[in-house]
Ligand binder design. Structure first.
Ligand SMILES: Nc1nc2c(ncn2[C@@H]2O[C@H](COP(=O)(O)OP(=O)(O)OP(=O)(O)O)[C@@H](O)[C@H]2O)c(=O)[nH]1
Ligand SMILES: [Mg+2]
Length: 445
């Protein structure tokens, strides 16, 4: 009953009862729509990714259509003719939900629902739904809930419209404006509450990462389903979950990775990225991504067998740049080469990315070359130094604090002494008349 729902929401003001009622897929019959606005390679299936996402969310796919357009139809996103075709298809296939591979405005969703008479989800909603079903730890649950609520806040009206439709069906009146305002306030409180909780998680994460200063930290990043967790398992026996599903990993795992005689590094596996990742989702997952943000070196894992490999690389670079990691030393790894049947495809990829390392994590191939590449990247990109300066040199201290990994620091009389690891290309920035720099070995001695 609706009043119960509303009551529950007040006691436990999450509104997800209503939201989930509206914005989930479950095991419903889904019809897919993709509007392609940019030129794509002719051999590409425009529905492939949304099919993967919808399947990962548990939907049963009953069909799909795609349309190439230069611009969108403001009211319904799709053009008139295509909308007619969609209506027919929904009827014919008995679909319960239409899922768009595009980002729709609340008004467009409303108009599309009116036309098709079934629930309509856009790409962001679907991704949020997958994240919600996958979230296991307290941290990821908080992050997903925040992302969902931030997304839902401007759309509450739509959910209410939906509710009042159900309400009308069982002989009740829909909620008035006051109820909507009240709801907005409740959601607003909950968002603030979640942000505070996540601030604590973030602070704890930062302390954790901070405590590893001086260690070599390497993070696996990449498009979802690229094989990051598989590679993590091969390198460290971590036993992390691997699945042929999008977003199987939502939490960061860190394990020791022994690099032969060179020593050990800390390797992290984390949540995958995707094209057009809802930006509030990236913001919400800041605590989880902290490991990658702080890593000394990134290993960008790519599914080289995907026809969209270049798009995936661009999408990952974009998220990395949003996270402020654009200039971080990064090794590109072309994974799943065992799946590439046509050798010439691999040659083209190699020519385009001459520094990339080709591997097959599943077949444990190329892993030694990857090890060597990581060792040489870590050794050449960073230098360990003893920096001595007068204790009044605040500018230098601030610079080291934000750009170097400080291994040890001490103050003797009016002198400050830092042992730190500095990116080689920033060395000149710390040189100065009152600064003495001595090179040290990796361990800082
Ligand atoms: N053929 C082949 N399959 C691979 C390889 N590496 C991973 N896979 C498969 O690709 C799928 C995804 O692998 P995961 O390791 O879960 O990928 P991920 O990047 O961690 O994915 P998310 O956590 O969802 O972002 C699984 O079915 C793996 O078995 C490989 O080298 N070759
Ligand atoms: Mg994974």
């Amino acid at each position: 009953m609706i009043p119960d729902l509303i009551l529950r929401r007040k006691i436990q003001p999450v509104t997800l009862d209503v939201q989930r009622d509206k914005i989930t897929v479950g095991s419903e019959k889904a019809f897919l729509v993709s509007v392609v606005l940019t030129e794509r390679p002719p051999n590409e299936d425009p529905l492939e990714e949304i099919r993967g996402l919808a399947t990962s969310a548990g939907a049963i796919i009953v069909g799909g259509i795609s349309q190439k357009r230069h611009g969108i139809a403001p009211a319904t996103y799709l053009g008139k003719g295509k909308l007619e075709e969609l209506k027919q298809q929904v009827l014919m296939t008995g679909a319960d939900v239409v899922i768009f591979d595009n980002e729709l405005s609340p008004a467009q969703i409303r108009n599309l629902e009116k036309a098709t008479k079934v629930k309509v989800l856009d790409r962001s909603e679907l991704i949020l739904d997958i994240f919600a079903t996958r979230a296991r730890t307290v941290e990821s649950k908080l992050q997903v809930e925040l992302a969902q609520l931030v997304y839902a806040l401007p759309r509450l009206k739509r959910m209410w419209t939906h509710l009042s439709r159900i309400a009308a069906g069982i002989g009740m009146r829909g909620p008035g404006e006051t109820q909507l305002e009240e709801d907005r306030r409740i959601v607003g409180y909950r968002i603030r509450d979640l942000k505070n909780k996540l601030r604590e998680v973030q602070a704890r994460k930062e302390r954790e990462v901070q405590s590893r200063k001086g260690e070599h930290t390497v993070s696996l990043v990449g498009y979802t389903n690229a094989g990051k967790s598989t590679l993590m398992n091969v390198l460290t026996d971590a036993g992390v979950g691997v699945e042929d599903k999008l977003f199987s990993t939502l939490d960061t795992r860190t394990r020791q990775w022994r690099l032969k005689e060179w020593g050990k590094v800390l390797l992290s596996d984390t949540v995958g990225f995707i094209r057009d990742l809802p930006h509030h989702l990236v913001a919400s997952f800041k605590a989880t991504l902290e490991e990658a943000v702080q890593a000394k070196l990134l290993i960008h894992v790519v599914d080289a067998s995907s026809p969209n490999v270049e798009d995936h690389i661009i999408a990952v670079k974009k998220v990395l740049s949003d996270l402020g990691c654009a200039d971080k030393p990064t090794l590109l790894v072309l994974n799943k080469i065992d799946k590439i049947v046509d050798e010439s495809i691999l040659h083209v990829l190699q020519a385009r990315h001459p520094n990339a390392i080709c591997i097959s994590a599943a077949a444990n191939k190329g892993v030694d070359q990857l090890r060597d590449a990581v060792i040489s990247a870590l050794s050449s990109e960073f230098v360990t130094l003893k920096v001595e300066a007068s204790s009044g040199n605040g500018k230098l201290f601030a610079y080291l604090a934000s750009n170097a990994e400080i291994i040890r620091q001490e103050f003797v009389d009016d002198k400050a002494i830092f042992v730190c690891s500095v990116p080689r290309h920033l060395l000149h920035k710390i040189e100065g008349p009152d600064v003495t720099i001595t090179k040290m070995n990796e361990a800082g001695v």
